[in-house]
Design a protein around this ligand. Sequence first.
Ligand SMILES: [Zn+2]
Length: 287
Amino acid sequence: MRSLPLLCLSLLLCLSTASAREAAPPVFDVHVHLRDGETSLQAFEADARAAGIELAGLGAMWFGGPHQALAGDPADIRSRNDGVIALAARHPEVVPIGTVHPYDGQAALDELERIAARGVKVLKLHAHTQRFDVADPRVLALVRKAGELGVAVLMDNANIVAGDSENLFNLALRAQDTTFIFAHTGGLNFRFWNILPLARTADGIDMGNVYFDISATLLLMADSPIEDEFLWTLRNVGIDHVILGSDHPQISLAMTLEAFDRLDLSDEEKAAIRFGNARRLFGLDSP
Ligand SMILES: [Zn+2]
């Protein structure tokens, strides 16, 4: 007779663990390229629904693939930025990500100020595809301005350009009032970022302004010979500074989550990376 309540208790525990596992926490995807505005957004969200993903929101950019934001045509960049701002106005789950080209100088600074006033909280810059040098003083001026305006700067960090992580480190050091999100966490050169806990031991260096998105890179890491090193890196930079991203449409969110679930992270760490950190950084509501 004694064993019955015990059995019930353990059954209840099992059931509640199973339902907790099924109800995975919501996910915010910070790295989504929408090549065709509304149509692309509908397709992205339909894919997420079909994969059973509870989507808390997405950071949406208009450029990438066939659309590039090159120097010399700020009017084109302006109208495309307006497109993603309009999309976000119709869809509260969309965090609009704008861009400018640092070499457009004053026009870039003016456009940044204009889109910040229209609610853009993230600026994306891509040194490789936009063909600029991260060490150029116009980049520093631009990202400092972003910091003044409360706009975070998402920068490609796939290490396609030589010295990528080193240049980004110096940029973040010189613009400590600007929040950065380094996309792809350095790619296969992710080990570089283990310098952060050492850098923080220096006087006056905090580097708490540096976040990472683990898009694309994490696909190679799950169950790889270097997975442990990658997770060690994420813990060294701070799990509270790591955000999930897919790089859709190159890589789907479903593929990303399938790899992410295989990483040997705790449930608490996974929840923070899936949504908690983005919610805090962007001031998002729960879905
Ligand atoms: Zn991308």
